[in-house]
Structures are given as structure tokens and as C-alpha cells.
Design a protein around this ligand. Structure first.
Ligand SMILES: O=C(O)CCC(=O)C(=O)O
Length: 278
């Protein structure tokens, strides 16, 4: 995306009338427009174009992973109830989702070559059930500062229909640009419920305040959230370790899954890796 110096002549830019405008952001294609929405509003939508059989496979896989995790650490009644973590370490279909070409193209446009998967969580929003994610938060929680450029995004993949009845995500537009959480009156006036079909990524700047909506439908509303950011940010769960070294040698996955950014084991290792690259 480029900032374009606007010519003085009025009307030279086409149908959008303006005056006194000397700089204009250019969106050369649909991906640029999505990036612009993300940076200005704090959120955008990406269609993954996934078929119903693939969506159903992912729903079943999410349920299986959650049951396996709940069997090893009881989750009912805890803050982590109805959250399944590090899905791709349990089922390869979630690695396919985390590397979906539409999502990766968007990340490349936004971040350039270097970005890392920091978390991949399944979120099960059940009807009438409390959920930790029903409260407003940033996906980089406890942070009260703003960056001039996005440093991380949340890409929440909708496995079910997201709308006001099913407990679709609510966002506060522009909140990634302000340090403090807004007033109650601002929240009540400006919260925006996301409507999205299954197979859509709801992409937010990780500093945009958001929450899951209350699910008043009869069925669970499921999603898979991906936190993806610049490599100076730390993974919540050590993904290379959870994968047992798998994909480390793949040029893209070695970076995206975090192998490349792990702290060097020693000064010698760090120097050797640097020399190998030169
Ligand atoms: O499920 C949702 O609508 C929001 C999920 C969420 O807030 C999160 O995973 O951080």
C-alpha cells in the first residue's frame, strides 16, 4: 500500500470529491483495501471460500481436541472452559487453517516476510453459558499503549454463522488507536456486532477491544482464533516444542511456526546461525 501525493487539480482522482487533500492512501486491489480497513477501523473480514465438508471436519476436530484437553486437565468451571489451545499440535487440519492462502497473503501484505503464529485457540460459545471471552479485552491483554503500525492481528475463523443471535464477536471500532478502554457510554453507543458466514476470518488488530457476544441461539457458536504478529512477540505455548520439531526445515513454516525466532541456546549457536545465513 502506498501513500500517494495528490495532484492539485480538483477531481483528478476520480469520483471521490475532496478539497485540500494532498496525500491519499492507495488501495491497488482487494487485499490492500482489507489492510486499509484493518489499520483505520481496527477490523476487517476475509472470505476463505471453504466448502461445507471442510467446515464440518473442522467442527468435529475442534470438539475432539477440546475433549482430549479436558480429559487431561479438567476445564469445566475454569476460566479456560470451552477454549481449546494449540489446535495444530493435535490435528493437522488446523495447520492447514493457520496457513490458509487468503490469511497468509493478508499477513504478507501487512507485515512483509517476517511474522509468526503466536496462538491458535478454539473458542466454543455455548448458548446461555458464561465464557471468559464475553468480557471486553485486547488480544495483547493488559497493554495500554498504541503503535503507529499493527504489530499483531487476531484472525478469528468462523466455523458457524456469526451474528447478534448466535453470539457473534463485538468490536469497538478505532479502539486500537487509543491507549485507554473507552467510557461505558462510548461502548454502548459504538459496539459493533460482527455478522459473518461460516468460512470467514474476522481479522482484528490485536489491540482492538472486542468480545464474544451472548449466544441466545440453540446451538454452540464455534470459532478458531489465530494470533499472528511480528517475531519479537512471544508465543503463549511453545509451538515448535508442541510439534516436536515437525516442519522446522520448511522455509516458510520454519519461520511462521516460530522455529527461526526461538532464543539461541548459546552465543556460539547464535553466531553460527548468523554466519550460515551470510
Ligand atoms: O469468540 C469470540 O467471538 C471472540 C473470541 C475472543 O475474544 C478471543 O479469542 O480472544
Amino acid at each position: 500500500m502506498t501513500i500517494h501525493q495528490r495532484p492539485e487539480r480538483p477531481g483528478a482522482e476520480g469520483p471521490i470529491g475532496s478539497y485540500g487533500v494532498q496525500q491519499t492512501q492507495r488501495a491497488a486491489d482487494a487485499v490492500d483495501l482489507r489492510v486499509e480497513e484493518l489499520t483505520r477501523l481496527g477490523y476487517t473480514l476475509l472470505e476463505a471460500g471453504m466448502g461445507s465438508a471442510d467446515l464440518e471436519r473442522l467442527r468435529t476436530a475442534l470438539s475432539d481436541v477440546y475433549d482430549r484437553q479436558a480429559a487431561s486437565t479438567p476445564l469445566a468451571g475454569s476460566d479456560d472452559a470451552d477454549v481449546a489451545r494449540c489446535l495444530l499440535a493435535y490435528d493437522e487440519s488446523f495447520l492447514d487453517l493457520a496457513t490458509h492462502p487468503t490469511l497468509i497473503e493478508f499477513c504478507e501484505r501487512l507485515f512483509g516476510d517476517s511474522f509468526v503464529l503466536l496462538q491458535q485457540n478454539g473458542v466454543i460459545n455455548r448458548p446461555g453459558r458464561p465464557h471468559y471471552q464475553l468480557r471486553w479485552h485486547r488480544d495483547l491483554p493488559f497493554q495500554h499503549w498504541v503503535a503507529s503500525k499493527p504489530i499483531a492481528i487476531a484472525a478469528l475463523f468462523c466455523l458457524d454463522e456469526f451474528n447478534a443471535r448466535t453470539g457473534g464477536t463485538l468490536v469497538l471500532p478505532g479502539s486500537h488507536r487509543h491507549e485507554a478502554f473507552p467510557s461505558d457510554a462510548f461502548v454502548l453507543t459504538n459496539e459493533r456486532p460482527m455478522t459473518a458466514a461460516p468460512g470467514t476470518f474476522i481479522v482484528m488488530d490485536a489491540m482492538t477491544f472486542h468480545r464474544a457476544g451472548e449466544n441466545s441461539s440453540e446451538a454452540p457458536r464455534r470459532g478458531v482464533n489465530h494470533l499472528i504478529g511480528l517475531p519479537f512477540l512471544a508465543q503463549q505455548i511453545d509451538i515448535p516444542r508442541a510439534l516436536g520439531g515437525r516442519y522446522a526445515d520448511d522455509p516458510f513454516l520454519g519461520r511462521y511456526l516460530g522455529y527461526k525466532w526461538a532464543p539461541a541456546a548459546s552465543v556460539d549457536d547464535w553466531r553460527r546461525a548468523r554466519m550460515d545465513r551470510a
